[in-house]
Design a protein around this ligand. Structure first.
Ligand code: UDP
Length: 484
């Protein structure tokens, strides 16, 4: 018999705003639309300002139980000081397993279902220990998932480094992936992050299903390939639930008075928002070119400014939201930039209320690193993009947005490889903000905006997909209980 009691879900989020936000939003949906009771286990990065703010706003109104796990003891792990972000996250999540087990055991009642994100796949075994169904939430898109699930096969077939290959990689039933678009962990096969990535790929099918932060209409063919047993369906080994776009809601007082007043004064869709996610940092020379490009374009802008990086392009990931002094940041820009652009532009240090800015009617373009949350936030607000991929799976996302979905333009060469010059930036900004070609892209993103609205309404595809996941989950609970 079907159990009628309220289902209790335990969700585990890996650190970083880009991981935390979609997990919190999934938790809220499970509560408000599908009657779950949800506890979210989080592992904040040194309780960064950004994450504290994200958790706080997700708690108003209080729909979720949030449990902060103790920081894992990394002194016992031989983590190289040069370890990449992916390796660090994978190790942190692994080392947090005992604490997660204890926290689950300390819950008043055992959860009925476990949902982990990509970096949490090593915790799926806890679902088995507890005798409950378990799911993996891949909070990005279907093409990324297809590449990930196909990577163990590529690992066997491809000789040498992926980036040195001359032909795109075929993924059954999907758009092929160009060697330069592979995800960061595939850049160097001898690095620990590659081994962690392959491990995650092989663990995902151990779950009872996969949740994706997309909606059915966005990636029809790729989703079909992921579900087709002759293509990737046999690897995925379970249902794929499309439950997105789940993004942070706009907050009633999200914008500070001064910024709101400035935005209110600008013409409709006239402001370009420039931001590189939680981790993105640019080399000093690129900051200067970007500043010149914005100035030369003559277009209005809001730019979230960070200190330049001397090392990796995801340099601020582990201290996201740490604010440098505004005047110190301006010293990295061309002399007189702030004065010359004061009528058309605003720079904000380090971290900004992105969703609130993107949803303002004066914002009409987004120069973005193409993190998946940022991408969804742009589409949901009908804002066309200039794709500026830097790290993680962003090169793949950029290609998807430009070549398949049609909501973005991008520089001729990857910004992670070559400095993009001021003339090209000027040209791209003008194209997206004022030129005819840009209008076609704007029309396309508006179409998609309404397709997101349809998907998210009651009885829309994403609503129904999460409802189906709940039904399947009840069935699994029944099967597991019967087997015991
Ligand atoms: N974000 C924000 N303010 C900032 C930078 C980022 O609110 O100044 C939010 C952004 O709205 C998004 C998330 O942080 O929801 C970043 O996630 P994304 O997947 O775009 O990129 P990541 O930071 O994971 O690379």
């Amino acid at each position: 018999m079907e159990t009628q009691k309220q289902l209790r879900a335990a969700l585990l989020s890996s650190p970083g705003p880009g991981h935390l936000i979609p997990v919190l939003e999934l938790g809220k949906r499970l509560v408000t639309d599908h009657g779950f009771e949800v506890t979210i286990f989080v592992l904040p990065l040194k309780a960064s300002r950004a994450e504290a703010e994200i958790i706080e706003s997700a708690m108003t109104p209080k729909l979720l139980n949030i449990v902060e796990l103790p920081p894992p003891d990394l002194s016992v792990v031989a983590l190289s000081p040069n370890a990449t972000t992916v390796t660090r996250l994978a190790v942190m999540m692994r080392e947090t397993r005992p604490a997660f087990r204890s926290a689950l055991a300390a819950m008043e009642a055992k959860p009925d279902v476990l949902i982990v994100d990509l970096f949490g796949t090593e915790h799926l075994c806890i679902g088995d220990e507890l005798g409950i169904p378990k799911y993996v939430y891949i909070a990005t898109n279907a093409w990324f998932l297809a590449l990930l699930l196909h990577s163990p096969t590529l690992d066997k077939e491809v000789k040498g480094e992926y980036v040195d290959q001359t032909e795109p990689f075929n993924i059954p039933g999907c758009k092929p992936v160009r060697p330069e678009d592979v995800v960061d962990p595939m850049l160097d096969r001898s690095d620990q992050q590659y081994r962690e990535y392959l491990r995650m790929a092989s663990e995902i099918p151990m779950g009872d299903g996969i949740l994706l932060n997309v909606w059915e209409d966005l990636q029809v063919e790729t989703l079909a390939a992921l579900r087709n047993k002759e293509f990737l369906g046999s690897v995925a080994n379970g249902p794929i639930y499309t439950i997105g776009p789940l993004i942070r809601p706009v907050r009633p007082a999200g914008l500070e008075k001064e910024l709101l007043e400035w935005l209110d004064k600008q013409p409709s869709e006239s402001v370009l928002f420039v931001s590189f996610g939680s981790g993105g940092t640019l080399p000093a020379e690129q900051l200067v070119e970007l500043a010149w490009g914005l100035e030369l374009s003559g277009q209005r802008f809001i730019w979230v400014l960070r200190k330049p990086t001397t090392k990796s392009l995801d340099g601020s990931f582990f201290d996201v939201g740490k604010v440098g002094r505004g005047d110190e940041l301006l010293s990295f820009l061309p002399d007189g930039f702030a004065m010359r652009t004061c009528d058309i532009g605003i720079t904000l240090p380090s971290w900004a209320p992105q969703v609130d800015i993107l949803s303002h009617p004066s914002v009409g373009g987004f120069l973005s690193h193409c993190g998946w949350n940022s991408t969804l936030e742009s589409i949901v607000n009908g804002v066309p993009m200039i794709a500026w991929p830097l790290y993680a799976e962003q090169r793949l996302n950029a290609t998807l947005l430009v070549e398949e979905i049609g909501v973005a333009i991008r520089p001729k060469e990857l910004p992670s490889k070559k400095i993009v010059g001021r003339e090209e930036i000027e040209r791209m900004v003008r194209l997206i903000m004022v030129e005819k070609e840009g209008q076609a892209i704007r029309a396309r993103v508006k179409e998609l905006k309404s397709s997101t609205e349809n998907a998210m309404t009651k009885r829309g595809t994403s609503y129904e997909s999460l409802r189906k996941m709940k039904e399947d989950c009840k069935l699994r609970i029944h099967q597991i209980n019967k087997a015991h």
